[in-house]
Design a protein around this ligand. Structure first.
Ligand SMILES: *[C@@H]1O[C@H](CO)[C@@H](O)[C@H](O)[C@H]1NC(C)=O
Ligand SMILES: *[C@@H]1O[C@H](CO)[C@@H](O)[C@H](O)[C@H]1NC(C)=O
Ligand SMILES: *[C@@H]1O[C@H](CO)[C@@H](O)[C@H](O)[C@H]1NC(C)=O
Ligand SMILES: *[C@@H]1O[C@H](CO)[C@@H](O)[C@H](O)[C@H]1NC(C)=O
Ligand SMILES: *[C@@H]1O[C@H](CO)[C@@H](O)[C@H](O)[C@H]1NC(C)=O
Ligand SMILES: *[C@@H]1O[C@H](CO)[C@@H](O)[C@H](O)[C@H]1NC(C)=O
Ligand SMILES: *[C@@H]1O[C@H](CO)[C@@H](O)[C@H](O)[C@H]1NC(C)=O
Ligand SMILES: *[C@@H]1O[C@H](CO)[C@@H](O)[C@H](O)[C@H]1NC(C)=O
Ligand SMILES: *[C@@H]1O[C@H](CO)[C@@H](O)[C@H](O)[C@H]1NC(C)=O
Length: 817
């Protein structure tokens, strides 16, 4: 049995090299040649201090890591830990160690060991931790796997390796509640938060990487999910999340295709670790332990299931207790929030209980307990009758004879905010009528009586008004009508039935886009219309109508006009003017080019698009970034004048997905490079416009999978030619008229290149583009022909390949704010 061997850190970079491959006759060679133990014991004499086993050479530096025994508070709980450690001299002059930083990793968080417990690297290569009584507490399970040594990496990774330095086991593969810089959270792995700041055992909060993204759970019940950019509908698997300290940004998602996608988390430099804390918050820390809440822009404080503790009411991040409950003294003293019943409801006579209600109180997830489908009255009755029901939440959508009754257990925080757009939800909180049985004085009893009486009276009045209100408004539609009346300036409102008739039951599909399908229709007066049926926006009517109002108020010759809309139940439809010549892609890409466009027409189309975009960016009351400029979204009218469609829709999507993190939005092939790294501005539209111009003058798609591998991506070829001053080779050969105007076309190509500058600040504004096209300004002379790597990755080529079977459709990733 080894004893605590080291006076301080002599064992920098310790390697215990066992000979390979036969362990039985292993001759132990130490490197560096020093006598080192293969077993370490918690020394009772020094157990008031942490004991360092291995360090990577920079024990005092803040970014150095050590592995050793860490003790918490009492002398009886020890953990095998990784963290940074510092030496100091104790009162009797001995050098002692303490882990300075927050602990990065613990082997045995749920099972602390006592004094004399032992860590052993066994001859068979297994690293085991045994408690005082010899019982096995933890092991790396690496017996007979050719382990030759153990080392502590600078990154904070504890590695068991073989004689060839191959990693057999590493602590990075077994995350606790933190990710260190360079560490990855792989699909299927989770970070489990500690019970509290002082208790490191596994708590109820966990976060893991699944096909739904980064998903946060409280006791296996999901409360938050962060979707990943589904870049390419087919090949979008995110395999891991990595934390890096490189650059300003911190957290990346890595896809199976090797793409590195940045999370739009708070800008905060020098992250060194990410921690899932005991309150369910995902935080980033820097060298100085300053932290930032990664999800502060995406999750409301009240959406954290324990934001206000048991029974707490959370409203705009503030906590209060429902009537009949009060914050207890312990929680008050310790600075957290928790509500307790003033008079605990005893089991027995249900008549001694009553239910209190509040308006619009939601719960973080309606799967968190026993749920029954029922009506409001039965929900209340069943809760009153059953002892085990402390709180029932009833939620319904329009019809309150048909809803869900949830009995959460335990009862976590109640969210008193209008967060749910579909459902109305009421809590029924059980309180005791039996105020007199409390031990309080007559005086307090009287006051309590008065308070309860008042509450009941108010409750009664509120209840009655609700009932009256709902008698009047059977299905919520009426409420909407009232709202509609107030909202003037809306385009024409259609009923769903009207649009069904107009489109002959949605027979003739004109196309399908990221937001839904478009159908041809005729109004009763014979006017042709295009009806867009939006896919599940999951958005509330008011928000939808507000957006419709904005979009409807935008009028410009080069923007497709919104004629009307329909918002009935969950249906959301938009009615647009009909554009008889369809979308631009059909005119520039489709082979054989039956109706290939002449140069003058192409020039006009480009100018039209530029004007439309300039208007959206610069002249609207509220700046609108389109985010999905591509030929499919440019429509041509009878005179082949171009109009931009689908503007404003990005906002429709965003608004409703307040829960959903959005990073990238747009279509492969048209995405500006800054999507992969920095701030998103209207210049992403300028970039996409540049791609469209390039496509229009070259007569082919940027990403064309029908081309041989090396020509599949047009942009690099285009830039290469520009660099060699050979742009003339790129002019669309399928059209004679284009060939006749080569020099003018090359000028247009330069406009495209200006718009395609990798650095978005170097791209022109759309109004400048209009000036250039109208001949009132010149293209900037000093252009950069480099292209950003992110836009030419293998992944994009792969996506293009897949696009041969399924045409690339716009897809919603995530949106900038
Ligand atoms: C390791 O190998 C030895 C000898 O082959 C065997 O006795 C022992 O059971 C093995 N241990 C494990 C955990 O497989
Ligand atoms: C193993 O890696 C260490 C550094 O991590 C290096 O010093 C050592 O020479 C390597 N050993 C072998 C056998 O490659
Ligand atoms: C941590 O909490 C768990 C569960 O409540 C408890 O069993 C354990 O004793 C606590 N550990 C410490 C060190 O307080
Ligand atoms: C509620 O939790 C369940 C179980 O984890 C999950 O399947 C469901 O999607 C969650 N619901 C919401 C609205 O997050
Ligand atoms: C930072 O990035 C550079 C270049 O990508 C790389 O060589 C280096 O190893 C990175 N450093 C860290 C600490 O990740
Ligand atoms: C980030 O860390 C680097 C290297 O440690 C340092 O030079 C830089 O000043 C730090 N930046 C901030 C904002 O702290
Ligand atoms: C809580 O504190 C109040 C005032 O500080 C005191 O009157 C009351 O007795 C305390 N309650 C309990 C349960 O300790
Ligand atoms: C009360 O509810 C619990 C949980 O649903 C159920 O198991 C129990 O049988 C109910 N008790 C009565 C008396 O209905
Ligand atoms: C409400 O739901 C009940 C029960 O499913 C059903 O009988 C009733 O017709 C519904 N009322 C309305 C207005 O939809």
């Amino acid at each position: 049995m080894g004893v605590w061997p080291l006076d301080g850190i002599m064992l920098l970079q310790l390697f215990i090299i066992l000979s390979l491959p036969h362990f039985q006759n292993a001759q132990i060679v130490y490197f560096p040649a020093a006598k080192v133990p293969t077993s370490w014991t918690i020394n009772p004499r020094t157990s008031a201090y942490d004991q360092i086993i291995l360090s990577n050479g920079k024990p005092n530096a803040k970014n150095g890591f050590a592995c050793g025994f860490y003790f918490q508070n009492d002398k009886r709980s020890f953990y095998l830990a990784i963290g940074s450690a510092a030496a100091s001299i104790d009162t009797s002059g001995n050098q002692v160690w303490t882990f300075t930083d927050n602990i990065a990793w613990l082997a045995n968080r749920n099972r602390p060991v006592g004094e004399n417990a032992e860590l052993q690297l066994l001859p068979d290569g297994n690293l085991v931790l045994k408690d005082t009584d010899g019982s096995l507490v933890w092991s790396t399970d690496t017996a007979n796997k050719s382990v030759a040594g153990m080392k502590m990496m600078e990154t904070g990774n504890l590695v068991l390796h073989d004689g060839y330095n191959n990693t057999i086991w590493q602590s990075f593969d077994h995350p606790m509640d933190k990710l260190l810089s360079g560490q990855k959270l792989l699909a299927g792995q989770k970070l489990v938060a500690s019970i509290s700041k002082t208790n490191v055992s596994e708590g109820d909060y966990s976060v893991s990487l699944t096909s739904k993204g980064l998903v946060a759970f409280y006791d296996e019940i999901m409360y938050f999910s962060l979707y990943f950019p589904d870049f390419f509908p087919e090949i979008q698997t995110v395999e891991s999340i990595e934390l890096t300290v490189n650059g300003t940004f911190g957290v990346y998602a890595l896809t199976r295709e090797g793409l590195k996608l940045l999370f739009p988390f708070p800008r905060f430099s020098n992250y060194t670790r990410m921690k899932y804390d005991s309150k369910g918050h995902l935080r980033l820390y820097d060298h100085n332990s300053k932290s930032a809440d990664m999800l502060r822009d995406h999750v409301n404080e009240c959406d954290y299931p324990t934001s206000c503790g048991n029974y707490g009411l959370c409203s705009n991040g503030r906590c209060s207790c429902p009537a009949g409950f009060a914050q207890d003294n312990v929680s008050k003293a310790q600075g957290y929030f928790r509500c307790n019943e003033v008079n605990p409801t005893a089991c027995g006579n249900p008549l001694s209980h009553s239910l209190l209600s509040y308006e619009n109180v939601h719960y973080f997830n309606y799967s968190a307990g026993i749920v029954k489908v029922t009506d409001m009255a039965s929900c209340k009755q069943s809760c009153l009758k059953n002892c085990s029901c402390k709180v029932a939440l009833f939620r319904y959508n329009n019809n309150f004879s048909y809803g869900e009754c949830l009995w959460p257990s335990p009862v976590l925080s109640l969210i008193n905010e209008r967060t749910d757009r579909y459902y109305s939800s009421f809590p029924f909180i059980k309180i005791s009528n039996d105020v007199g049985s409390g031990r309080g004085s007559i005086h307090t009893r009287t006051i309590a009586g008065i308070i309860t009486g008042t509450i009941l009276l108010v409750g009664l009045i509120v209840g009655l008004s609700w009932i009256l209100y709902f008698r009047k408004n059977r299905d919520g539609e009426d409420e909407m009508e009232d709202y509609l009346d107030k909202l003037s300036g809306l385009p024409k409102r259609f009923t769903y039935q009207e649009l069904r008739v107009a489109t002959n039951d949605f027979q003739k599909k004109l196309g399908k886009g990221g937001f839904g399908s478009v159908f041809e229709g005729n109004t009763t007066v014979g006017e042709k219309i295009a009806v867009k049926r939006l896919d599940a926006l999951g958005q509330g009517k008011k928000e939808f109508l507000a957006e419709v109002k904005t979009i409807g108020s935008i009028h410009h010759n080069n923007l497709v006009r919104l004629i009307g809309f329909c918002a009935e139940k969950l249906q959301r439809l938009l009615v647009y003017e009909f554009m008889c010549n369809g979308s631009l892609d059909k005119w520039i890409f489709h082979e054989p080019l039956k109706h290939s466009l002449d140069w003058q027409i192409r020039k006009t189309i480009i100018l039209d698009i530029a004007k439309g975009l300039a208007y959206l960016h610069e002249d609207c009351r509220q700046k609108i970034v389109h985010l999905d400029i591509k030929p499919q979204n440019i429509l041509l009218d009878a005179d082949l004048h171009a109009k931009i469609s689908d503007f404003g829709l990005s906002k429709l999507i965003d608004r409703n997905q307040s829960q959903v993190l959005t990073t990238i939005r747009g279509t492969v092939g048209y995405l500006a490079p800054e999507w992969f790294s920095s701030i998103i501005t209207e210049k992403v539209d300028v970039y996409s416009f540049g791609i469209v111009v390039m496509e229009v003058v070259c007569g082919r798609k940027n990403l064309d999978s029908s081309q041989p591998e090396e020509c599949m991506h047009l942009l690099p070829i285009f830039m290469q030619k520009a660099k060699q001053d050979q742009l003339i080779d790129m002019v669309d050969r399928s059209n004679e008229d284009m060939q006749l105007h080569k020099s003018e076309v090359v000028e247009m190509m330069k406009v495209a290149i200006w718009c395609l500058q990798s650095n978005y600040t170097r791209r022109p504004s759309m109004s400048k583009v209009v000036k250039v096209l109208e001949g009132n300004m010149d293209v900037e002379a000093d252009l950069d022909y480099s292209i950003h790597n992110a836009t030419t990755t293998t992944a994009i080529r792969k996506a293009a390949e897949q696009a041969t079977t399924a045409p690339l459709s716009p897809f919603i990733l995530s949106g900038p704010r």
